[in-house]
Design a protein around this ligand. Sequence first.
Ligand code: DGL
Length: 261
Amino acid sequence: MKNTGPIAFFDSGIGGLPYLQWVRKKLPNFSYRYLADRANFPYGEKSIEELGGLIIGSMERYIERVDPSIVVVACNTASVTALQKLRDTFSVPFVGVVPAIKPAAALSCTHTIGLLATKRTVEDPYTDNLVRLFADGFQVERFAGVDIVDFVENHLLDAEPHEIREVLAPAVAFFSEKEVDTLVLGCTHFLHVRDEIAEAFGGRVKIVDSIEGVGRHVIQMVSEYHGGGGGGEFFVSGIEGAVDTYRRFADAYALGWGGVV
Ligand code: DGL
């Protein structure tokens, strides 16, 4: 890594914020940037081809703006579809976030795992490959949590507990019927409702995400570098009317308002 720039996080929306928070708690003196690529939200409904172009374009503007030491692609959909393209296009190092199939396979006693992710991630060949590599012989049940992604991005801040339970209900019913004993949260948005998901299964299902694995990897990569003196800024791409929501998220995660890029 070449400079002392900030650690930058990237997602289609607010999904990557818990990842930033995890790393920041361990490395409070580094400085942080976050981009919610709202202009292209939701990623999960788009094709691989379309996403590739959109993500490269947004990343180019983001990197120019914040000059990071490293970029954490805190989005499973962006990572499974475009991580290789990003590495081929930019010289900055990238850390990706992909569904934690491997740790889930290690935890599952019944060899029946659930994957809750976006439509793109659920269908993507990258995911098939993860399953082949790390959960060969396991039953892997996949559910695209399209409505949950939308809910978390647009309604979470003012949501009542019963509204959260309602939006989770179809996924909970699906995985309960399939009798999974371990569930992978394969979309970063779902970390915002991790406790509610665990509760909806009455504690019977082990919930697995990639936050710690990714966080440790980031720390390893930046450990020899100066982090830029602390602080953080939140940027959002191309929104109309919803600035207030994103300002509230920035405040909730103690990030300054970088503005609309
Ligand atoms: N947060 C993203 C992920 O981890 C996806 C949300 C979207 O569909 O834009 O996959």
